[in-house]
Design a protein around this ligand. Structure first.
Ligand SMILES: Cc1cc2nc3c(=O)[nH]c(=O)nc-3n(C[C@H](O)[C@H](O)[C@H](O)COP(=O)(O)OP(=O)(O)OC[C@H]3O[C@@H](n4cnc5c(N)ncnc54)[C@H](O)[C@@H]3O)c2cc1C
Length: 651
């Protein structure tokens, strides 16, 4: 079949590209696993479609680490199958006849504009999205991990076990050494604010104080509460709402830690003779197009197809979501390579690309594969389904005066950072461990709420972070936006829905061309909508009451968005149409035995296939807490243990 690997010695590879394991994708799912397997002595090929951008300073400093032209893929997704609803979303991206981008809803779109969809960037570089994300590092609730154990009957999924993995990998820079539940010698740098940022940001602190007060606390405690550890081990942590610090994956001088560091540091270890200590081979510019299966041997009773390698296209920016891709300059027929795995192939290409690769390989919903005439290897209806996301929405308000941050006495007078633009004086300071980039920023606060609609009851189900601008979602910085600029008195209480009920998102192939993006539809608020909308409305009302309570000179703050005075129905419509996400999970989910939609078993093995696992954000059976990245590192560490245990058993 099309998926069969050429015999060893045949073709351009001549058998030389053979490894114990092949890992596809170097993000938080792939990198820990690839490096752990190599450190255990197994030969590993790590294939990454992007390139190594570690020389780009914006990827080194957390505060300026926004998605760049060189390190991201631009996906455009749908939130709804229904066009009329979709067109009311205010942050749709459209392409005009001259190629420029325009952002706005359908009512005002220029006549020459074609709808691309809702912009949804992903990291596509060595280290994956951990190189471009905001770095928020919050563990999900204990019940989240325990529920995977209950779902699968696999007791290794339990909160204590996962906390032990966290302790092993963390290198905490914001708590006293020895703090229970934390680690201080691992690779996963975490940092958090020490309170001083709030002393110089009186407006933001006043808003946080009003939120504390609204929950029955004393606003005089605001600064000390804003340094509280949200990843604490208290047995009541998940049921204790209120203000905390928001930790991030960053080192002691707020340099970004990412999955890239793990790969580069593993490659850098040498033996005394100068040869690599660990048998890890990294190939960037390698876009995996399919998994190859052994379909030659006669099928015995119960014999499953076996993954034996991968096929990949070689070259830079081959995927059409890469902003550097151009139909005129990108090669039409890049070289096609294969690599063989003695033991296993592990897909860690992220929530959109892992299900794309599986479907291109003939593993997925039978009807979908038949639609594109892809030879069927296994009918696995759950591939590319059950996608979930944390819905987010800002509660926007206008204060009585602008939100200023007072200068730090430690900075040169008149210092103004340019956030990575040429001549940024703060970059040189950061190199010396000084200046604003070497300190916590204003978004290092987290405020949780347990609404009357939380599930499990009593557990926090909404997380806010308070910032002096409205975070309404993503669009490209070079797009023209069709919204009026926000005045400097604008504030945003950003709301993230924890444990969302919707898992109706899908990733389906657009074509059999591996360079095409798939069709992605989150189908938001299709499932569990009553509960989620009610919880988010309760969150909005909490934010509005807090705004009213902000004292002079900043308050009272006038809530402006979602629009005031709307009926319940209209407000729900606003939430449905204007909320957004960027934490997609679950497109190849772990599930219980007997569930036809369970793509993976509890050990990350693709059900019905030997030698193939999925280890990335696709594997989560539900959204992991408010922020997925830490859980993805933990998942990868857990998978490493499972895979190494199996490898030793087979020896
Ligand atoms: C802008 C942004 C902000 C975010 N902020 C936060 C946050 O503050 N906190 C948080 O917890 N989470 C955040 N996230 C989400 C978080 O970063 C992701 O959930 C996490 O990185 C997922 O890890 P992953 O390994 O599943 O996939 P990814 O990190 O997406 O990595 C997948 C890798 O696979 C590669 N790849 C894809 N297809 C192929 C192919 N065919 N062949 C070879 N390689 C391939 C990609 O290039 C990429 O490097 C954010 C994400 C973004 C994009």
């Amino acid at each position: 079949t099309a998926s069969t690997l050429p015999p060893r010695g045949a073709g351009p590879n001549s058998g030389e590209d053979v490894y114990d394991y092949i890992v596809v994708g170097s993000g938080p799912g792939g990198a820990p696993l690839a490096t752990n397997l190599a450190k255990a002595g197994y030969s590993v090929l790590l294939l990454e479609a992007g390139d190594d951008q570690s020389g780009d300073i914006s990827t080194q400093i957390l505060q300026i680490g926004i998605p760049q032209f060189t390190n991201r893929w631009d996906f455009y997704v749908r939130h709804f199958a229904d066009d009329a609803t979709q067109l009311r979303t205010n942050h749709l991206t459209w392409q005009r006849a001259d190629g420029s981008l325009w952002v706005g809803n359908g009512s005002a779109a220029p006549a020459d504009a074609t709808l691309l969809g809702i912009y949804y960037p992903r990291g596509a570089t060595l280290g994956g999205s951990s190189v471009i994300n905001a770095g928020a590092t919050i563990l999900p609730s204990r019940s989240y991990w325990d529920s995977i154990g209950r779902l699968t009957g696999d007791r290794s999924w339990n909160a204590d076990n996962i906390r032990n993995i966290f302790k092993r990998i963390e290198d905490n820079h914001y708590l006293p050494p020895g703090t229970p539940g934390h680690g201080f010698n691992g690779y996963f740098d975490t940092n958090g604010n020490n309170g001083t940022i709030w002393e110089r940001a009186p407006g933001t602190t006043a808003i946080l104080g009003a939120m504390v007060s609204e929950l029955g606390g004393d606003p005089a405690d605001t600064i000390s509460l804003a340094t509280r550890d949200i990843n604490n081990v208290s047995p009541t942590r998940d049921q204790t709402p209120g203000l905390y610090g928001l930790p991030v994956h960053a080192n002691e001088t707020w340099g970004r830690f990412s999955a890239r560091d793990l790969v580069l540091s593993t490659l850098a270890v040498k033996k005394p003779n100068g040869s690599p200590r660990h048998p890890l081979t990294l190939k960037t510019h390698a876009l995996v197009s399919k998994v190859l299966f052994d379909t030659k041997k006669p099928k015995g009773r119960g014999r499953k197809p076996r993954a034996v390698g991968v096929e990949y296209l070689e070259g830079q920016s081959l995927y059409r979501a890469d902003p550097r891709y151009s139909p005129s300059t990108s090669p039409a027929n890049p070289p096609v390579r294969t690599a063989r795995a003695r033991k296993e192939v592990i897909l860690s290409a992220g929530v959109f690309n892992t299900p794309q690769i599986l479907q291109l390989s003939g593993v997925g919903p039978k009807s979908e594969l038949a639609r594109l005439n892809i030879p069927l290897v296994l009918d696995l209806p759950g591939v590319g389904t059950h996608m979930t996301d944390n819905q987010e929405l800002p509660i926007v308000g206008l204060a009585q005066q602008p939100f200023d941050t007072l200068p730090s006495p430690y900075d040169p007078p008149g210092l103004v950072c340019a956030f990575g633009f040429p001549g940024d004086p703060c970059i040189d300071l950061w190199r010396q461990g000084l200046g604003p980039y070497a300190r916590a920023s204003l978004n290092t606060n987290a405020f949780t709420l347990a609404t009357n609609h939380s599930s499990p009851p009593g557990e926090v189900d909404v997380l806010f972070f308070a910032i002096p601008f409205p975070f309404r979602g993503y669009w490209r910085f070079d797009a023209v936006v069709n919204f009026p600029p926000d005045p400097p008195t604008t504030f945003g209480i950003s709301m993230v829905k924890i444990n969302p009920g919707n898992r109706a998102g899908t990733v389906k192939l657009k074509s059999t061309d591996p360079r095409d993006t798939p069709n992605i539809n989150f189908n938001i608020f299709s499932e569990g909508a009553t509960r989620d909308l009610a919880a988010m409305r309760e969150g909005i009302n909490f934010g509005r009451r807090a705004y009213e309570g902000v004292p002079a000179p900043y308050g009272p703050v006038l809530p402006t968005e979602p629009p005031l005075g709307a009926s319940v129905q209209d407000e729900e419509q606003w939430i449905r149409e204007q909320s957004f996400g960027h934490h997609a999970s679950g497109t190849c989910a772990i599930g219980r035995n007997g569930d036809p939609f369970a793509v993976l078993d509890s050990k990350f093995r693709v059900r019905g296939i030997d030698g193939l696992r999925v280890v990335d954000g696709s594997a989560f059976p539900a959204a992991p807490g408010a922020f997925p990245v830490t859980s993805t590192f933990l998942l990868s560490e857990k998978a490493s243990e499972d895979i190494l245990r199996d490898a030793r058993r087979r020896v």
